[in-house]
Design a protein around this ligand. Structure first.
Ligand SMILES: Cc1cc2nc3c(=O)[nH]c(=O)nc-3n(C[C@H](O)[C@H](O)[C@H](O)COP(=O)(O)OP(=O)(O)OC[C@H]3O[C@@H](n4cnc5c(N)ncnc54)[C@H](O)[C@@H]3O)c2cc1C
Length: 444
C-alpha cells in the first residue's frame, strides 16, 4: 500500500500565534486549511502548562488590548477573553517603591534618576528628534544614539531598562532604529492597555483553533512536518508524520511557523540562495529568565512592579491580582523577568538565575518572609523570548522565502523595520502572508 495522500489549499506548519492567526484568517475566507503541530498541545510560546496545581506560561503573558492581534480575533469571530490591567504599575527606584500613577511619566521617573533638568531636556530633544523627524541609523546602538545628547549613565539606564523589559535587549546592544521603530510600530498596540487571559494565554489559541475547525479546517497535534516538497523552485506539498505513519499533503501554499532556520532544513538548503542563508545565520535568539513564585498572601499590592538598578530583575508581575484562577484557591502566583546584560556574549545560566533570585529577595517586599520559588524557566535557543533580537545591524527576515509559495510567519520574520516579536509582531506577520496568499490564489 502506498503512502497516504491528502490535499489542502494551505498547509500551516506549527500552531504558534503566527500559525494559528494565519490559519484562522484563511479559514475564515474559505480556504481549506491544515495545521500540523508536532507537540501534544497547541500554542507554542503562547500556551499554558499546569505545574503543581498552578498555571505557568510557555511564553506570552500580556497581550495588547487593541491593534493587529485583537483585530484578528474580531475579524474571524474568535473569543478574545482578556482581562485588562486597570491598576497602574509601581516603580522601585533607589530602594524606594514609588507610585507614579498621578505624575507625568516618564518625566517623573527621569527626574528621579537625574536631578539635572538641563540634562533631561537635552535627552528629550534627542528622543523627540528620533520620534518625530527621522529614525536613527541601524548601525548604532540606542546607547550611542542617546550619548549624543547626554552622558548621564542613570538616564541611559532608564531607557536600557525599558528596552530590556520589552525587547529583551539593552541599550548598548539594541539597534537605535529598531528601538524607535518598534515603539512607533507593533509596541504601540500595547499603549492602548495590556490584558491577561484569565486562565492563561492558551485559551486564546484554543479560541482560534475552534474557528479554524468550525470553518472546515483541521488542527492536528503530535503531527510533525517532516519535509517540505519543492519542485522547480516552487513549494507543492508537505510530508507529515504522526504515530500512524506518514502522509503526503499536496497544497497551493506552505506557511511555516517553525522558524526560518527550520523551514530551510525542512525544504532542503539547496533551494535557498547564499545571501538568504547568511541573513538567517545572523539571527540572534534572545534569552529571558522567568521565575514563577508562589505565596499564600499577595506579595505586592498592585499587579506590576518595575525594578531599576538591580543586578538583572526588570519586572515583577503579581498576576493573581488580575487572574486569580492561575493559582489554586487561597494561593497566589507571581512571575518575574530578567535577561542577561548581553544577548550576544557568552553567559552562565546558573549565575543569571542566582542574580535574578537575589534581586527578588532584595526588591520585592516580604518576598523573604512569604515567597517561595515554584519554577525557573530559561527561555533561549529553540524556545527564545524573541527569535530574532533587534540588535545593531538587524535587518529583519521577510515572510516570503526564496521558494515560491513558501512563507514564514512568527517572531523569526519581521516586516522590515518593525518589531517581529510577541503577539502583535506575530499577528502582523500572519496578516502580511494572508494578504499575499489572497492575491495569488482563490480558495479551492
Ligand atoms: C518567557 C516568554 C515570555 C514572553 N512574554 C510575552 C508577552 O507577555 N507578550 C507577548 O506579546 N509576547 C511575549 N513573548 C514572545 C512570544 O511568546 C513570541 O513572540 C510568540 O509566541 C512566538 O510565536 P510564533 O508565531 O513565532 O510561534 P511559536 O510560539 O514559536 O510556535 C511555533 C510552533 O511550531 C511548532 N513546530 C516547530 N517545528 C515543527 C514541525 N516540524 N512540525 C510541526 N510543528 C512544528 C512548535 O512546536 C511550536 O508549537 C514571550 C516569550 C517568552 C519565551
Amino acid at each position: 500500500m502506498g503512502q497516504k495522500q491528502e490535499k489542502y489549499d494551505v498547509v500551516v506548519l506549527g500552531s504558534g500565534i503566527g500559525g494559528l492567526c494565519t490559519a484562522a484568517l484563511l479559514a475564515n475566507k474559505g480556504y481549506k486549511i491544515l495545521v500540523t503541530e508536532k507537540l501534544p498541545i497547541i500554542g507554542g510560546r503562547c500556551a499554558t502548562l499546569k505545574y503543581k496545581g498552578f498555571k505557568i506560561p510557555t511564553g506570552v503573558l500580556g497581550v495588547p488590548m487593541a491593534g493587529t492581534f485583537k483585530s484578528i480575533f474580531e475579524e474571524v469571530g474568535a473569543e478574545f477573553n482578556v482581562t485588562p490591567m486597570t491598576v497602574p504599575p509601581k516603580h522601585r527606584i533607589d530602594n524606594e517603591i514609588i507610585d507614579m500613577s498621578k505624575s507625568n511619566q516618564p518625566d517623573a521617573i527621569l527626574s528621579r534618576f537625574c536631578g539635572d533638568e538641563k540634562e533631561i531636556e537635552a535627552l528629550k530633544k534627542g528622543i523627540n528628534r528620533a520620534q518625530t523627524w527621522n529614525f536613527p541609523s541601524n548601525e548604532i546602538s540606542l546607547k550611542d544614539y542617546l550619548n549624543q545628547y547626554t552622558r548621564d549613565e542613570k538616564l541611559i539606564e532608564y531607557y536600557s531598562n525599558l528596552s530590556d523589559r520589552i525587547l529583551s535587549t539593552r541599550a548598548h546592544e539594541i539597534s537605535a532604529r529598531e528601538y524607535f521603530q518598534s515603539f512607533a510600530g507593533s509596541i504601540k498596540d500595547f499603549q492602548s492597555g495590556v490584558g491577561f487571559a484569565p486562565e492563561g494565554s492558551m485559551a486564546l489559541m484554543k479560541a482560534l483553533k475552534k474557528v479554524i475547525e468550525e470553518k472546515g479546517g483541521k488542527v492536528l497535534t503530535q503531527c510533525r512536518a517532516k519535509k517540505i516538497l519543492v519542485k522547480e523552485g516552487i513549494a507543492e506539498g508537505v510530508v507529515i508524520e504522526d504515530k500512524k505513519g506518514e502522509t503526503t499533503v499536496r497544497t497551493s501554499a506552505v506557511v511555516s511557523n517553525a522558524g526560518p532556520k527550520k523551514t530551510v532544513a525542512l525544504a532542503g538548503k539547496e533551494y535557498f540562495d547564499k545571501g538568504y542563508l547568511r541573513e538567517l545565520k545572523n539571527m540572534v535568539p534572545s534569552l529571558q529568565i522567568w521565575v514563577s513564585t508562589i505565596s499564600d498572601r499577595p506579595l505586592f499590592d498592585v499587579p506590576l512592579l518595575y525594578t531599576y538598578e538591580t543586578r538583572r530583575l526588570v519586572s515583577f508581575v503579581s498576576i493573581s491580582h488580575v487572574c486569580p484562577k492561575l493559582a489554586p484557591a487561597g494561593k497566589y502566583i507571581h512571575y518575574s523577568i530578567s535577561s542577561p546584560v548581553s544577548q550576544t556574549a557568552p553567559r552562565n545560566l546558573r549565575n543569571e538565575v542566582n542574580m535574578h533570585i537575589q534581586d527578588l529577595k532584595d526588591s520585592v517586599p516580604d518576598f523573604n518572609k512569604y515567597g517561595q520559588v515554584l519554577h525557573v524557566g530559561c527561555y533561549w535557543g529553540e524556545w527564545p523570548t524573541l527569535a530574532n533580537a533587534p540588535i545593531v545591524g538587524f535587518n529583519g527576515i521577510p515572510q516570503k522565502t526564496p521558494i515560491e509559495n513558501l512563507y514564514n510567519v512568527g517572531d523569526g520574520v519581521a516586516k522590515k523595520g518593525g518589531w517581529a516579536g510577541g503577539s502583535p509582531g506575530c499577528a502582523l506577520s500572519a496578516r502580511i502572508v494572508v494578504e499575499d496568499i489572497e492575491n495569488r490564489f482563490e480558495p479551492g
